[in-house]
Write a protein that binds this ligand. Structure first.
Ligand SMILES: N#Cc1ccc(Nc2nc(N)cc(-n3ccc(CO)n3)n2)cc1
Length: 279
């Protein structure tokens, strides 16, 4: 399902940190095209050799992202296997994971955040049309390719990363119904995660239920609790609709995009009235 890349065509540069079961590095891959040597900057995602049992979800997620192409989906060049080591070779996305970018205290505007939310919604709409479930929508899996520049009217640009390896405590990103039946992930599950991700984006990359232990998180689902609402009623309403405990009641991607569009216009009005000097 995906392109195999020769290990000797890869070069490792600096380490960029590690996720659960994986380590990521900046690197380069060389290709030879019509006798010319080309090097491309890449992100090398190594699967810990110890976690053999994650192989298939590692490769599944690589093949998912290489089956389809969309401007807001991360490009996966292929995988390389070297002995017991498995490496996913991805396009290098300049500013890395969105949660870290927001946590680094970048003050971004409301329209910046809505723009990012809309790009994620359009990526989800594309996946929905292909009946493909991502399964791990969260700010950590949103990569920032362009920071944007408000003064120049340049918007940010995000890429949705591979689902990665399913870790257990993904409450509140994982939809409640998935906890009881982890195997039948549906498109509705991605809507729930979308709601939790928009919550993160509007809370400067902070994780919802930060510091709660697994029991408290399970309790959150068992008592049908909701995340603390945003002051912006229409935004809080959209997040609540997406994080409906009844999967069938969650809005379609088209409805999500429509509601984001009206937030974008009403958002401007709010800013305008704030700026308006009342004579
Ligand atoms: N400082 C810094 C810095 C770090 C990373 C990038 N670039 C990048 N490109 C990708 N394709 C994927 C990722 N990821 C980051 C976390 C994960 C977890 O999955 N992926 N980062 C750019 C700058």
């Amino acid at each position: 399902q995906f392109h195999m890349i020769k290990y000797e065509d890869l070069k490792w540069d600096e380490s960029l940190g590690q996720g659960s079961f994986t380590r990521i590095y900046r690197g380069h891959k060389t290709d030879i095209r019509d006798g010319e040597n080309y090097t491309t900057e890449v992100l090398l995602k190594e699967l810990d050799a110890g976690h053999k049992n994650c192989w298939e979800s590692f490769f599944e997620s690589a093949s998912l992202m290489s089956q389809i192409s969309h401007k807001h989906l991360l490009l996966v060049y292929g995988v390389s296997v070297h002995g017991v080591q498995n490496i996913m070779v991805q396009e290098f996305v300049k500013y890395g994971a969105l949660d870290l970018y927001l946590k680094r205290g970048r003050s971004v505007s409301v329209s910046w955040k809505l723009d990012v939310a809309k790009q994620l919604a359009s990526a989800l709409n594309f996946l929905e049309e292909k009946h493909i479930v991502h399964g791990n929508i969260c700010a950590k899996n949103l990569l920032l390719a362009r920071e944007g520049d408000q003064s120049q009217g340049i918007s940010p640009f995000i890429k949705l990363s591979d689902p990665g390896i399913m870790v257990l405590d993904r409450i509140p990103w994982v939809a409640p119904e998935v906890l009881d039946a982890p195997d039948d992930l549906t498109l509705e599950c991605d809507k729930w995660s979308f709601g939790a991700t928009v919550w993160e984006i509007f809370n400067n990359g902070n994780s919802p239920l930060q510091g709660w232990d697994l029991d408290e998180k399970r309790q959150f689902y068992e008592s049908f609790q909701k995340l603390p609402p945003s002051q912006w009623a229409e935004l809080a309403d959209l997040i609540t609709q997406c994080m409906d405990y009844q999967a069938a009641l969650r809005p379609s991607c088209r409805s999500i995009i429509r509601q984001l569009n009206s937030l974008i216009t009403s958002g401007n009005d709010v800013r305008y009235t704030e700026l308006q000097i009342i004579p």
